[in-house]
Ligand binder design. Sequence first.
Ligand code: AMP
Length: 516
Amino acid sequence: MRVALTVGDFLERAELVYGEREAVVDEPGAVGGLGRLSWSEVGRRAEGMAAALDAMGVGRGERVAIVSPNSAKFFISYFGVSAWGRALVPVNFRLTADEITYIVEHSGATVLLVDPELDEGLAGVKAAERIVLDGTADAELFAPAPPGSAASWEADEDAVCSVNYTSGTTSRPKGVRLTHRNCWTNAVTFGWHTTVTDRDVLIHTLPMFHCNGWGMPYAVTGMGGRHVVLRKVDGEEILARIEREGITLACGAPAVVSAVLNAAEARRKAGEEVPGRDTMRIVVAGAPPPSRVIERVETELGWEFIQIYGLTETSPVLTVNRAPAEWDSLDPATRGRLLSRAGVPAVGIRVRVDEEGEVLARGNHVFDGYWNQPEESAKVLVDGWFHTGDGGFQEGAYTVIADRKKDVIISGGENVSSIEVEDCLYQHPGVAEVAVIGVPDDRWGETVVALVVPVRGDGSEPTPEELIEFCRARIAHFKCPTRVELRDALPRTATGKLQKFKLRAPYWEGRERLVN
Ligand code: AMP
């Protein structure tokens, strides 16, 4: 028998088995928030959403974009949109109106859902149906509906579940097309490797837009675990919610870990308790976390540290590093070092490093291509292997990510395309040449630095501050240089190609890995 694997399976089971159980705790006090919902209420509201989309004439396969910080409505949309055969387009809410317009237009989304706090700034972003999630305009969209209200969907596991835009090696973001099958196999293996059970309580420290929260929302739903929505990452607030809601599980970039460690230190200094010892586990990815940070998570917090590695293109989980039984008796520093590697392949994934040192992977949750960009897809999907653009090496079964082949900077867990920032700076009349690179940063892992050769002698030579402001007015703030350095020239090859590795070298001196 072959039954289509779709993300609807997860919610259907949670509602059937755990209907009366608390499912989602929305951010307290959020405008248009939904408070505390049971699995039955989540199920009925998801179907209500599907029925409302039916009524609006939104067909199967059509795209519904959402621009919002984490919220119960975002969570419901994972199912209300995708589980009835439409594709969700979760958009990074920190992007500018222009950047979001590009994504909405490129994906061809006919419906656009906007968080009330972002509404004004995004007034110019249009779609056939634009709905503000303020509790009034969207009252019908999120109204509960009885089973059978929405037209049933002839489930197809190869249908597109979501299109997740990611900044990469091109100046515009690319839409990663994830199928139901991709999301299903990722969620199930991820949930298995992290032993998600019905007793788990997940705090959404990861943006829901980022690769659908790495698929963890699906995994926890399938088991009937509880979700606690967090709208904004704040170390002390995370600790407070862990105490209040009995949280057991979190996912995040290394910057989230740093925020928690700082908040915990402040608590200890004040003689207050730090929650989660022996009950919390935290899954970290986005950059290689320093081994000292891992050691502190295990000793100062007493939380289990699990590292994963992957990309939006791979749904994302490629490798997992969770301490095996053999490491139980090792000292914390050694454990920290061993856990700082990306990990071993997840079940069903094959990983190898090619002759040029690039990490390649294949498996069921690798995407099937970029939205409407077959030439970009063909560049990364070659002979059955996905080219990650990351540089690394193997230590036995373990993959270590040590370098980046692609020209991407990862700051606070979000990708920044160097080319996009360079394009922006080239629009300034005082810029003759520019190279944008990532340099190590304590808070964000990496930060964006622009090396600029100004146009000289024409009186338009810009100051670094002016160039930073110039970018801030045009592209999302997290992509903007935090530092601009003026140079006389930039090193190039004989063919005129920028030698970025030479530019990066002084900033990364003495480091084992060239990514952070
Ligand atoms: P994204 O598609 O935005 O999730 O970004 C994926 C990129 O993040 C990868 O290509 C890597 O460069 C980086 N990355 C993710 N997880 C890790 C990790 N555990 N160690 C090192 N780099 C990572």
